[in-house]
Design a protein around this ligand. Structure first.
Ligand code: DOR
Ligand code: ZN
Length: 343
């Protein structure tokens, strides 16, 4: 198969940033995806409906002329998010979900949740208003090995949460482990997961290939091969609980190539092409459309897209960098080929 036409996909987990960075990265996503769930971890974080609507307006204003793209906004959950804020978010019609970051887990998570118990009133309101909860599922305890933080999160928090709020729809974001795959598979129908392209294509060796590779550092961190294989197995399984979320997370070169570099892999420039590579390697290109274009829309109770894109099996070299405000953005595969291209 060297041509693949798919219903236009959506990206159910995306970082667009703001200002010049937003203008730099948005065209890549809008070229490929009809909609994206936009993460709220700006500085300061998007914690209110008013902030989310203002951010939405900035995204729409930054779209290239003629682009058709719908940003689906999210609120950043804090210890102080009120049930009233949830009701207001729902009523706005533009806020699709609420994002949970454990305080200190990742980029701009300082205002995140210090103790899930403090959010129970907000979670109850989300359950009532059918507002999905998107979880960065890692514990932040410095005593827990960085490669085990997702697994321990399931044991210490997620297992209990799904029982406490059985109707709350939960997306376990960017899953990276066999344990997460098994948890989601066996959890009730209200629990789903997103999967990134980089966690399908790379294992943790990629962080240390002939030296330290800061552009392969993300959170949750890449895991060992058996976990990559398990996550790939879930993505190509045809199980609608697993769907596409790139977690494309741009940081300028200066913030990545430094003594204490930021977490994030930029993939929006090849946001669907990289998944085609992974699915092809698994001999499962026929499963890509469900994963990329149907299951996420169904989970969010949004209509599936009706137009399409075509991918061709034609290698192209990824640019060594993209302009990024007054800095440069180093994309995944910089200077090297991707096997599939947008027609
Ligand atoms: O690698 C990551 N980058 N993981 C996250 O959870 C946040 C993201 C970012 O915003 O840079
Ligand atoms: Zn993310």
């Amino acid at each position: 198969m060297d041509r693949l036409t798919l219903t236009r996909p959506d990206d159910w987990h995306l970082h667009l940033r703001d200002g010049a960075a937003l203008a730099a990265v948005l065209p890549h996503t809008a070229q490929r995806f009809a909609r994206a769930i936009v993460m709220p971890n700006l500085k300061p974080p998007v914690t209110t409906t008013a902030q989310a609507l203002a951010y939405r307006a900035r995204i729409l204003a930054a779209l290239p002329r003629g682009a058709v793209f719908t940003p689906l906004m999210t609120l950043y959950l804090t210890d102080n998010t009120t049930p009233q804020e949830i009701a207001e978010a729902k009523a706005s019609g533009h806020i699709a979900a609420v994002k949970y970051y454990p305080a200190g887990a990742t980029t701009n998570s300082e205002s995140g949740v210090t103790d899930l118990k403090k959010t129970y009133a907000a979670l109850g309101a989300m359950e009532q208003h059918d507002m999905p909860l998107l979880m960065h599922g890692e514990v932040t305890d410095g005593g827990v090995d960085v490669f085990d933080r997702e697994k321990i999160f399931i044991e210490h928090h997620l297992s209990d949460l799904v029982k406490r709020f059985p109707k709350l729809r939960i997306v376990f974001e960017h899953i990276t482990t066999q344990e997460a795959v098994e948890f989601v598979r066996e959890a009730p129908g209200a629990v789903a997961a997103t999967i990134t392209a980089h966690h399908l294509l790379l294992n943790r060796n990629a962080i240390f290939e002939d030296g330290v590779r800061p552009h392969h550092y993300c959170l949750p961190v890449l895991k060992r091969e058996k976990h990559r294989a398990a996550v790939l197995g879930a993505a190509v399984s045809g199980n609608p609980k697993f769907f596409l979320g790139t977690d494309s997370a741009p940081h300028g070169r200066r913030a990545k190539e430094t003594a204490c570099g930021c977490a994030g892999v930029y993939t929006a420039h090849a946001g669907i092409e990289l998944y085609a590579e992974a699915f092809e390697q698994a001999g499962a290109l026929d499963k890509l459309e469900g994963f990329a274009s149907f299951f996420g829309a169904d989970f969010y109770r949004l209509p599936r897209n009706t137009d399409s894109i075509t991918l061709v099996k034609q290698a192209w070299d990824v640019p060594r960098e993209y302009a990024f405000g007054d800095d440069a953005l180093i994309p995944l595969r910089a200077g090297r080929p991707v096997g599939w291209a947008l027609d």
